[in-house]
Design a protein around this ligand. Structure first.
Ligand code: BTN
Length: 240
């Protein structure tokens, strides 16, 4: 896939969306060495000094609209694959946190922000941040980076692995024409069923034990009131 590499930019996701509004359909990767206005999920900022990987993939019509949200799980698997490839020593300590964060030893190593644009048909922008050389220490969720975990890798090397992994996972998703195989692969890398966790969403907290993710990617947890289906929120470990 074509690749546009910037030294500095506001946000690779914002650049991809500007291009989508101008009619560009991709697929194209946009990367930057640093971002001045990197954005995270739920309107949060994403710390973006050089040394880490900031990449966005612009895709036209990756799936019918009801299935497009699956791309966030497809991408999480590709990020997991890429980190296993460049830092194999970390593989036993990597887990996925719903919906699409990659954790190493329980600390956040990567985040994904999927945004969309429908003016010229559906265009999806998949934004990926992977902490290679540094991580913020004032975040909602404790973070880490490859170097801090003893597995340094350059953003360029991580990008190469990511681009290959993303191509393979998108092809698998296309071939399987459904969520089942992606969901199974996600669950194999996700929390162990029964893990206590807490979900925060717009000021409310829901505690329970991890059950699974359903066929639409919703999180299912069992709490005092039985099984709850969660469509959005931030997940935290719960120490009971
Ligand atoms: C999260 O909050 O976990 C998602 C973070 C996503 C950050 C990446 S960095 C590349 C792309 N450009 C952005 O502005 N954000 C995403």
């Amino acid at each position: 896939m074509p690749h546009l590499a910037f030294q500095a930019i506001d946000s690779t996701n914002a650049e991809a969306l500007r291009r989508a509004r101008d009619g560009e359909t991709g697929p194209v990767w946009i990367t930057a060495e640093r971002q001045s206005a990197g954005r995270g999920r739920r309107g949060r900022a994403w710390t973006s000094a050089s040394g880490n990987l900031f990449a966005s993939l612009l895709l036209a019509d990756p799936a019918p609209i009801p299935e497009a949200s699956q791309i966030s799980f497809v991408t999480a698997l590709a990020v997991h694959d890429a980190v296993c490839a460049v830092a194999p020593s970390l593989a036993p300590r990597l887990t996925l946190k719903w919906p699409n964060d990659l954790l190493c030893g329980g600390r956040k190593l990567s985040g994904i922000l999927v945004e969309g644009e429908t003016r010229h048909g559906l265009v999806v922008v998949v934004g990926i941040g992977i902490n290679c050389a540094h991580h913020p220490d004032d975040t909602l969720y404790p973070a880490t980076d490859l170097a801090a975990e003893g597995a340094a890798a350059s953003p360029a090397a991580v990008f190469l692995a990511l681009a290959g992994a993303m191509r393979a996972r998108l092809a698998e998703w296309d071939r399987s024409r459904g969520f089942a195989s992606i969901r199974d692969a996600w669950l194999a890398r996700g929390p162990v069923p029964g893990t206590p966790l807490m979900v925060r969403f717009e000021g409310t907290e829901t505690a329970g034990r991890f059950e699974t993710i359903d066929g639409h990617g919703n999180l299912l947890i069992t709490g005092d009131e039985g099984v709850q289906k969660i469509a959005a929120g931030d997940v935290f470990p719960l120490h009971r």
